[in-house]
Design a protein around this ligand. Sequence first.
Ligand SMILES: NC(=O)c1ccc[n+]([C@@H]2O[C@H](COP(=O)([O-])OP(=O)(O)OC[C@H]3O[C@@H](n4cnc5c(N)ncnc54)[C@H](O)[C@@H]3O)[C@@H](O)[C@H]2O)c1
Length: 255
Amino acid sequence: MRRLEGKVALVTGGASRPGIGFAIAKRLAEEGAQVILTDVDTSGVEESAAMIREMNLSATAMRQDVSLQADWDQVIERILTDFGRIDILVNNAGILDVGEIDSDGAVAGLKRQLSVNVEGVFMGTQAAVKAMRAASQGGSIVNISSVAGKVGFRGSASYAATKGAVKLMTKSVALETAAEGIRVNSVHPGIIRTNMAAEGLEENADNYAAIEAVIPMGRLGEPEDIANCVLFLASDEAGYVTGAEFVVDGGYIAQ
Ligand SMILES: NC(=O)c1ccc[n+]([C@@H]2O[C@H](COP(=O)([O-])OP(=O)(O)OC[C@H]3O[C@@H](n4cnc5c(N)ncnc54)[C@H](O)[C@@H]3O)[C@@H](O)[C@H]2O)c1
């Protein structure tokens, strides 16, 4: 039997390819989950879902801006109507604004990131907890933070503020829901080869080589590296795991 047979999973930010959300959605679907992918990029998320369906797996696309309460209400209601339950939520959608503390537009960038990376994850977690509680069948919520939510990086003060917030909101909610079997954990990717990383590194081969030189495993992460960790947390194999942080970074911040 596949590891997520019979489960219904929502993954936000599933349009980007290569992207962490798409890789997670594909991996969960491979293990038998019925996956719903959402994104602000309507055509991109439709294509992602179609690609997963082409593998004879279950995937549905919905448009959602995670920073809007109304979109959360609508998406959760539609999932409950169409699929009858929600077992797994992966709060993956996120944005990155690079710039030192005194750069132009730093405060505006902070506010943009707070609305998606913090308010979006908060509202999503709240919506999932309510639905999971109502069903009394437990559940797993996985919040995608970052290594920037654990240690400092120059030029990442605002992004780090949002990813650190994700780490600690995760633990607090985990305490509130542990007795009901609703597990809440955070995943902290290192530098993963996606569209976001390409923008951050401006697709410059020298920048990639410089990063690889400081990663103990000698390579950037692939979206599938994150997807495999999320799969474990989403599955019943992680039944005794909650409020925990999972760093997936090739040893980068162990130094
Ligand atoms: N790539 C990395 O190196 C890295 C490292 C650490 C953490 N992360 C985190 O992993 C997650 C995924 O990152 P990625 O590299 O795949 O990024 P990406 O930019 O490639 O993809 C992010 C997706 O989120 C969507 N999105 C953005 N704002 C949204 C909104 N308001 N509502 C719904 N969808 C929205 C985008 O349209 C896009 O499809 C993010 O939370 C990111 O912060 C990435």
